[in-house]
Write a protein that binds this ligand. Structure first.
Ligand SMILES: Nc1ncnc2c1ncn2[C@@H]1O[C@H](COP(=O)(O)OP(=O)(O)OP(=O)(O)O)[C@@H](O)[C@H]1O
Ligand SMILES: [Mg+2]
Length: 486
């Protein structure tokens, strides 16, 4: 019930005591609900109060003509600038033509909620028809509450989006990554279908998130579909849904992913995996903006932005007739390419630091130090699995719980060991193995053996090798035998 509830706080801007009294009299019967908190006689004083006591007032009642220069539309605009949710009721003099719609329009346009013309001066008790006046205050208050509620939900949504963008941050300051980020910003605002390409683990999904959550559709759904993981017989019902009774077993209607993504964005990952039949249907959705649900004759209008991604050569798929050419052109309106990690080595230290910081917090571990010689290993590594591989390597590093990541630990985290890297067979970095510390004489034996092999392979003959090793040939043969090399 409108006459019960919280107190409505008023700010009154009126410079004539006579009118202040008339306004007070008009609302007196409702003084339990409507409270005049402050009365000021000029615009500047009103702005100052509103500024200092934000949220204290719900409704402003202001005389149109007041002393002090700042008045009318200008004052309304300034009040709304300070608090856009505050509702303003304007009282004007009788002298203004009652049919002057233009005047009313100007007030409303400036941001006023309602306006009324004062009773003639000889009516002492009321400023205006009392019930109308009071009702307008209640209505103004309701609108104020609605706007405040809407602002709160908007702020909540906004914070969520901000949080997502922090989680989905694209790390990288190399020129190609800066260019990519600029493209994302530009593409986000274009609303056109986008095809993201790049090798596995380069960050295509991350790019798709960034496009959606930076676009005007950011408060709507972002639906991710991995086309490769949908069994071909289910693709259609997943994408477009079905009506109850459309087929045996359809005991209730199912919303398709396109309906769920309506007004938002759909991300079709591994797009080339989409079966040809579903490709035809997708093409139709793009062309007509309509979906055809299974078991329903009328089509349903949808407004969905499509972002697709692939790590394979789509042109090749088109040539081999596994992917429809027309669909390819419809999706590839804005192509975006995410480069391999080895093309942006200067980002490697940034990415390592980023993941070390984040994952160490998640794992409750201290962030270890990466000395320069270790960073060199990371920067010269090929990273076939791109950023995903780098993230996994950082995880492995953190599992080792070492305060300082030596080149050996780095190589181990990268999976580079003697077995996987024969070129390293004669190196001895891997011999200093924390899990396998051996007595010195054993280590000397391993060292001799490897060094012997290394020198022999790189010599023309045993005699040549003996010479290089500074050994007389008989000693060379004896030692080679001891080492089991002969
Ligand atoms: N520039 C980057 N900054 C921060 N994290 C990144 C960056 N690039 C990728 N990642 C992270 O690396 C992982 C792999 O990225 P993503 O899943 O986006 O790659 P993808 O290209 O979609 O891979 P795939 O082709 O295998 O599907 C994710 O955890 C992602 O958050
Ligand atoms: Mg992906």
């Amino acid at each position: 019930m409108i006459f019960e509830g919280k107190t409505i706080n008023l700010l009154l801007i009126e410079d004539e005591d006579y009118d202040v009294r008339r306004i007070k009299n008009t609302i007196t019967p409702f003084e339990e609900r409507i409270k005049i908190n402050d009365i000021v006689s000029n615009g500047l004083a009103a702005l100052e109060l509103l500024q200092n006591k934000k949220g204290k007032y719900d409704v402003v009642i202001m005389d149109y003509q007041i002393a002090g220069g700042l008045m009318g539309e200008e004052l309304i605009k300034k009040l709304k600038e300070i608090d856009s949710t505050i509702q303003i009721i304007v009282i004007t003099k009788m002298t203004i033509n009652l049919n002057d719609y233009n005047f009313a329009n100007k007030l409303i346009k400036a941001g006023a909620f309602w306006y009324c013309t004062k009773y003639p001066g000889d009516i002492e008790d009321y400023i205006y028809q009392p019930t109308d006046f009071v009702m307008s205050v209640f209505n103004a208050y309701e609108k104020c509450l609605l706007e405040r509620e809407r602002n709160r939900s908007y702020q909540k949504l906004h914070r969520n989006v901000e949080d997502i963008l922090v989680q989905k941050k694209i790390v990288g300051e190399s020129p190609i990554m800066i260019e990519l980020k600029e493209e994302i910003e530009k593409f986000a605002h274009s609303n056109v279908n986008t095809l993201i390409r790049g090798a596995s683990g380069t960050g295509k999904e991350l790019v798709a998130y960034n496009i959606h959550y930076r676009s005007d559709r950011r408060y709507e759904n972002f639906v991710i579909i991995n086309c490769g993981s949908l069994p071909s017989q289910l693709v259609e019902s997943e994408l477009f849904g079905y009506e109850k009774g459309a087929f045996t077993g359809a005991d209730k209607k199912k919303l398709g992913l396109f309906e769920i993504a309506n007004n938002g964005t759909i991300f079709l990952d591994e797009i080339t995996e989409l079966p040809l039949q579903a490709q035809v249907k997708l093409l139709r959705v793009i062309q007509d903006g309509e979906i055809q649900k299974i078991g329903r004759t009328e089509k349903i209008k949808v407004d969905v932005r499509i972002i697709a991604a692939t790590n394979i050569n789509v042109e090749e798929e088109v040539r081999e007739k596994r992917f429809r050419e027309d669909l390819y052109y419809r999706l590839n309106v804005l192509p975006i390419f995410v480069p391999d990690l080895k093309k942006r080595t200067s980002d490697i230290p940034l990415l390592i630091d980023y993941f070390l910081s984040n994952i160490s917090i998640d794992m409750g571990k201290e962030k270890p130090e990466i000395p320069d010689e270790t960073m060199k290993i990371f920067m010269s590594y090929e990273w076939p699995g791109n950023v995903r591989e780098l993230k996994n390597v950082v995880q492995r590093i953190l599992f080792s719980s070492q305060a300082r990541i030596t080149p050996l630990l780095a190589n181990r985290a990268l999976g580079i060991s003697e077995e996987t890297k024969p070129a390293n067979e004669f190196g001895f970095g891997d011999m200093f193995n924390l899990d396998n510390i051996v007595p010195l004489k054993d280590m000397e034996k391993v060292l001799r053996e490897r060094y012997f092999k290394f020198v022999r392979i790189n010599s023309d003959s045993d005699t040549d090798a003996a010479k290089k090793l500074g050994l007389a040939p008989p000693n060379y043969y004896r030692m080679a035998k001891e080492l089991g090399l002969k």
